[in-house]
Design a protein around this ligand. Structure first.
Ligand SMILES: Nc1ncnc2c1ncn2[C@@H]1O[C@H](COP(=O)(O)OP(=O)(O)OP(=O)(O)O)[C@@H](O)[C@H]1O
Ligand SMILES: [Mg+2]
Length: 271
């Protein structure tokens, strides 16, 4: 099995001394769906920001397909796609034009871009709506367009930061289906964060639980649940999460800022 992401001692201290990620080490295998779980403010997005070279680690490093993210950020970036926690689509542009814009960021030649746009639209099932402006899309369709934008340069690894936050259960299932298709049809490695334990349980090959910047445990959902069998009858991944973080996945967000952010994301996702 080939290691495709290797993080060693990744640490991020933000100005003001907030230790968002504290000496985190783990590896992800090629073709795996790897889940990164943790309460609000645990350090999930910060870890993704470092792995995708958007911010530099205070300490430690990581390799993406063998490429050092601190020494060769540009080359590393070509290996990965990133779909942020916030929706990134331009409402005033059509699906096609959003993708064309994205292809431009990667300097993909025009003729080649047309081929790839058709390819990713098909992948997320948006071909029929490609000419419509994104503002006419539903929340789930926008998220799918977001994912299509992250795929245009054919990355080996796709980072999805809360791909289903604020979406209804039908749409969440639909997104899971596309994520599974990517893994099965193009053997893509997927690194995702989620607050939904059922999602992590059904999608992920392995999950890491992070709290206050520290990885508490890392294993297959099955092994993590089995480890609690002495304490709980038929443990769920929610039980595992509680066991390791001492908290419930909070719908009542602990800070005003997090609550505001979450409302904004949901509003935008709903459209
Ligand atoms: N740009 C920043 N400057 C200062 N502190 C930050 C910054 N971004 C994040 N933080 C802090 O770092 C910690 C980790 O935040 P991060 O966004 O990585 O958490 P998260 O696990 O993604 O949370 P959520 O589930 O709410 O998305 C938090 O305490 C947060 O307030
Ligand atoms: Mg986050």
């Amino acid at each position: 099995m080939k290691t495709i992401i290797e993080a060693q001692g990744l640490t991020k201290v933000y100005p003001g001394g907030i230790v968002a990620v504290d000496n985190v080490s783990f590896s992800v295998n090629e073709g795996e769906i790897f889940g990164f779980l943790g309460p609000n403010g645990a350090g999930k997005s910060t870890t993704i920001a470092m792995l995708t070279t958007l911010i530099s680690p205070t300490k430690g490093t990581a390799t993406i397909n063998g490429i050092d993210i601190t020494k060769h950020a540009y080359q590393a970036r070509l290996e990965l796609g990133f779909v942020s926690q916030d929706l990134a689509v331009e409402d005033a542009l059509s699906g096609n034009d959003n993708l064309r814009l994205q292809a431009g960021f990667y300097h993909i030649p025009r003729a080649e871009a047309l081929v790839r746009i058709a390819e990713v639209l098909k992948m997320v099932d948006l071909t029929a709506r490609a000419k419509d402006k994104a503002e006419t899309y539903s929340g789930g369709m926008r998220k799918r367009l977001d994912i299509a934008c992250g795929l245009i340069h054919r990355p080996r690894i796709l980072f999805l930061d809360e791909p289903t936050l604020g979406l209804d259960i039908q749409t969440r299932r639909e997104i899971w289906k596309y994520i599974n298709t990517l893994r099965e049809e193009i053997k893509m490695t997927i690194f995702l964060t989620t607050h939904y334990m059922d999602e992590a349980d059904s999608l992920c090959d392995r999950v890491a639980i992070i709290d206050r910047g520290v990885i508490k445990t890392l294993d297959t959902p099955m092994a993590l649940k089995d480890a609690l069998k002495n304490e709980i009858e038929q443990p769920t991944l929610d039980d595992v999460f509680l066991h390791h973080t001492g908290k419930e996945m909070r719908e009542d967000y602990s800070t005003k800022e997090a609550a505001f952010k979450s409302r904004m994301i949901m509003r935008r996702a709903r459209g």
